[in-house]
Write a protein that binds this ligand. Structure first.
Ligand SMILES: Cc1cc2nc3c(=O)[nH]c(=O)nc-3n(C[C@H](O)[C@H](O)[C@H](O)COP(=O)(O)OP(=O)(O)OC[C@H]3O[C@@H](n4cnc5c(N)ncnc54)[C@H](O)[C@@H]3O)c2cc1C
Length: 422
């Protein structure tokens, strides 16, 4: 069989698309710009005694595509209850169940719990909080639970878009991580596809006036009958992939209306654990809104805290030119006192997704400009030749997630099959 379909990108969406194409009897070729498969799934070996996730880490719900893949691979999920979180309030670390007795925190928790009912003005979350005179003391908790969760900050996240996402949120008051690693979960698919995946094959342009021609930056040229584009949103939004003829205007309008910000994970390994054994998330009132215990519940003797920051805060961190690892340690020293973090610090690492030339950010989120139609327009095939997948094209409320990306890969492959197999 010839390459009937070219899949651009070997992340979760691209791998699922290629496997489903094969199942439908269509020969795929996956072109991946970087030197590895997985995209925003990237498990780092060697930093701790277990793989540490540089990209996706949580499984958002007990019954979705990732959870099912984990079950089929014999990999357990680790449960983390929101009540295991601690919150910094008035300069002290307080267990969340205690903190909830504070009226301002209780109001913030109540707001998150009932967010799914929000159908009013499409303000940013920040605008909503200002307009409703939301107590400032608890803003940082919302920043961590809402802003960071969406890879951005409250001044950019649209509250109505977030609410519809929240309605489809399966996990509720439980977070799940994998007992193994995300890398282990996707490695078998990459192995099955084998030589059908070409690494270091960055696509520069797609000419689709006739039968599609895909041009690589290294000068290669490949022909096929259908192209599945799974590149992250900024690659389309910032016109980094060239289309000839140009894509319909609605495609760019959709890409422009959806947010995806720069951001990073800061990994910090310590000789000793100075946080409580039961703690998973630490919601802080500092500049970095949250840290979590990356090895909690796993078969590990390592002590790793991960900080996560996106949106305007990540941009500020970049522009200040500070060392993020040093900065995070200083924040932890302030939070825990006694220079506990500095004294126990062993090594640090920054996974800066904004500087990855083929990702350019964290994951997509709704802005006030994002409408119900935005993601549908982004996902819509063009002239039975170009098909679109990737987390940002998920129209079922699972954008910004791995399971959402997988669903789009399968959906795009079925669209290709419907055209090529009639
Ligand atoms: C720090 C971080 C934390 C996250 N945490 C979670 C989490 O806890 N839970 C969760 O469910 N999700 C999480 N996500 C989101 C999740 O990782 C993504 O939604 C999902 O992995 C996206 O898959 P994808 O296939 O759509 O895109 P990607 O994985 O980005 O794949 C796209 C691929 O296209 C390639 N590419 C780009 N341009 C070109 C080109 N021109 N030519 C060829 N190839 C190209 C890229 O190199 C990349 O490999 C997180 C993401 C990040 C960054």
């Amino acid at each position: 069989m010839e390459n009937q379909a070219i899949v651009i990108g070997a992340g979760a969406a691209g791998l699922c698309a290629a496997e489903r194409l094969l199942e439908r009897g269509i020969e795929p070729l996956v072109l991946e710009a970087s030197n590895r498969t997985g995209g925003r799934v990237h498990s780092l070996e060697g930093f701790a005694d277990i793989p540490i996730e540089l990209g996706a880490e949580e499984v958002h719900g007990p019954d979705n595509a990732v959870a099912r893949l984990a079950a089929a691979s014999g990999m357990d999920l680790v449960h983390h209850l929101t009540l295991d979180d601690v919150l910094r309030l008035d300069g002290k670390l307080v267990a969340l169940d205690q903190a909830q007795r504070d009226p301002d925190v209780a109001r913030a928790c109540d707001f998150i719990d009932h967010l799914g009912n929000y159908r009013s003005e499409n303000w940013t979350a920040e605008e909503f909080l200002v307009r409703s005179h939301f107590p400032r003391r608890a803003w940082h908790y919302l920043d961590s639970r809402l802003g960071v969760e969406h890879g951005t900050t409250l001044d950019r996240l649209a509250i109505r878009g977030f609410a519809s996402y929240q309605r489809g949120w399966e996990a509720r008051e439980t977070n799940y991580t994998l007992a193994g690693s995300y890398g282990d979960l996707f490695r078998p698919a990459a192995e099955r596809l084998g030589a059908r995946i070409r690494l270091n094959a960055a696509v520069a342009a797609i000419e689709w006036g006739g039968d599609p021609v895909v041009r690589l930056f290294n000068g290669g040229e490949l022909r096929c009958r259908a192209v599945v584009v799974t590149v992250p949103l900024p690659m389309l939004r910032d016109r980094l992939l060239h289309f000839s003829p140009q894509l319909p205007k609605e495609k760019f309008a959709a890409a422009d209306s959806i947010g995806m910000d720069t951001g990073m994970k800061i990994l910090l390994k310590f000789k000793h654990r100075f946080w409580d054994e039961t703690t998973y998330f630490i919601h802080t009132d500092g500049f970095l809104p949250q840290f979590w215990a990356a090895c909690k519940g796993k078969a590990s003797a390592s002590h790793v805290l991960t900080a996560f920051v996106g949106g305007t805060r990540a941009e500020a961190l970049d522009s200040m030119g500070v060392d993020p690892v040093r900065f995070a340690i200083e924040e932890l020293d302030e939070i825990f006192g006694g220079r506990l973090a500095s004294r126990s610090f062993e090594r640090g690492l920054v996974a800066d997704w904004g500087s990855d030339p083929y990702v350019r950010g964290l994951y997509s989120y709704p802005t006030p400009q994002t409408t119900e139609a935005s993601r549908e327009a982004l996902a819509r095939p063009v002239e039975k030749k170009l098909f679109f997948a990737g987390e940002a094209t998920n129209t079922h409320g699972a954008s910004g997630t791995v399971h959402g990306a997988m669903e789009t890969g399968w959906r795009a492959a079925e669209e290709v099959a419907a055209v090529l197999k009639g």
